[in-house]
Design a binder for this molecule. Structure first.
Ligand code: FAS
Ligand code: PHB
Length: 377
């Protein structure tokens, strides 16, 4: 096959890029190694920044999001004896939307189907050969390649002399999905027993997480143990409000911060998790994939409209400014809210007082709200 832009990966970054390029009259082919069912079966992010919602709406991809998404003024940080709202509406005049990545992925596939987009799934042995994507049963010759194949993809390997920045955290998140009514707010909980998070997908679908050691095995966490633990971590009034029920999905995600620079080489451009990973504490991963794609689609459209490579040459530097802002606040919130096994008494007191300061200062809360909302594109 021959196309203008070859896209590796049919996750949110890859499919959104294909949609946005199409709206600029640029052709693309998406090559995905898994089946569509496998891609849709992944339960991941749940919080969309206001800028992400704007991008989706501007591209005609927000109809179900506007109908089913749950709009919030902010997220609450709770701990025994206190807590506060990171109020992005009060401080930034913006709201974020709780909407599962699975739903977004579904919406993106549906948009691709409506225009009979070229999406090749279950492509085996995918590799890059110059500006061609080669796989077991074929190849796609392209003008440009977008590496949207996630952290475990192959595109990043084709960036020579890259600088890698990584921080691996000594814990993971055990997450469950349950067909129960969620708490009304999204709440991050700081507890001596470890971090916990209450989130939502719909009026009858809840998403909960607890921090667990890295060597945790799913089989050691039957539902009853999970519910008892998350209730032990939340303050009593919040714990009593958690409605328990059978889990319909349970998984453990390790936490890491990672950035590869630059995000481009020649006619290869990385977007999303292929270039960077954030701990989910800041709810930034999916949102960064969207901002990368916003910049990349604009740069590619400019090239095909005018022949200018200027925005493409500036893509990596432009995207990295927003990437590093999100990487930093995700690291800050992870450090603030989790119990570190090797924390010294000093570390624990400093964490206590950082929380107390945030709780007491409108200025500190405004600064955090601005970063949680996501910086303007
Ligand atoms: P993705 O990983 O979503 O998509 C990459 C695609 O490329 C996949 O479909 C993959 O099959 C495909 N691919 C890989 N290798 C390939 C190859 N060689 N050839 C062809 N295709 C290939 N973010 C949040 O904001 N909140 C969360 O709670 C959260 N939880 C997460 C939990 C887990 C377990 C993981 C892994 C991530 C989580 N994230 C979360 C981050 C997540 O939402 C990502 O940021 C988001 O999926 C990024 O989208 P993509 O960059 O498209 O990468
Ligand atoms: C989720 O709903 O899955 C979610 C919410 C907030 C986060 C991470 C995940 O920071």
């Amino acid at each position: 096959m021959r196309t203008q832009v070859g896209i590796v990966g049919a996750g949110p970054a890859g499919l959104l890029l294909a949609e946005m390029l199409h709206r600029h009259g640029v052709d693309s082919v998406v090559v995905e190694k898994h089946s569509r069912a496998h891609v849709l079966g992944r339960i991941r992010a749940g919080v969309l920044e206001p800028t992400t919602v704007d991008v989706l709406r501007e591209n005609g991809l927000a109809e179900r999001l506007d109908r089913d998404g749950n709009v919030h003024d902010g997220v609450r940080i709770v701990r025994s004896g206190g807590g506060f709202l990171i109020d992005i509406n009060l401080h930034c005049g913006k709201r974020f939307v709780a909407y599962g990545q699975t739903n977004l992925q579904d919406d993106l596939f549906a948009a691709a189907d409506r225009r009979r987009a070229a999406i090749i799934t279950e492509a085996a042995d995918v590799r890059l050969d110059g500006t061609s994507i080669v796989f077991k049963t074929g190849r796609v010759d392209c003008d440009f390649i977008a590496g949207c194949d996630g952290f475990h993809g192959i595109s990043r390997d084709s960036i020579p002399a890259k600088r890698e920045y990584e921080k691996v955290y000594p814990f993971g998140w055990l997450g469950i999905l349950s067909e129960t009514p969620p708490l009304p707010e999204i709440a991050y909980c700081h507890s001596p027993r470890g971090f916990a998070l209450a989130s939502q997908r719909s009026p009858m679908l809840s998403r909960y997480y607890i921090q667990v050691p890295l060597d945790t095995r799913i089989e050691d966490w039957p539902d009853a143990r999970f519910w008892a633990e998350i209730k032990a971590r939340f303050p009593r009034d919040w714990a009593d409000a958690i409605v328990i029920g059978p889990s319909i999905e349970k998984s453990i995600a390790p936490l890491r911060s990672y950035v590869a620079e630059p995000m481009s080489h020649g006619r290869l451009f990385l977007a999303g998790d292929a270039a960077h990973i954030v701990p989910p504490t800041g709810a930034k991963g999916l949102n960064l994939a969207v901002s990368d794609v916003y910049y990349l689609s604009r740069a590619l459209a400019e090239y095909y409209r005018t022949g200018s490579m200027a925005l493409l040459d500036a893509y990596s530097e432009t995207a990295l400014r927003r990437v590093w802002a999100a990487v930093r606040v995700s690291w800050y919130l992870t450090t603030l809210l989790h119990r570190f096994p090797d924390a010294s008494p000093f570390d624990e007191r400093a964490q206590e007082y950082e929380l107390a300061y945030l709780e007491s200062s409108e200025h500190a809360q405004a600064a955090l709200a601005e970063q949680y909302a996501g910086l303007p594109l």
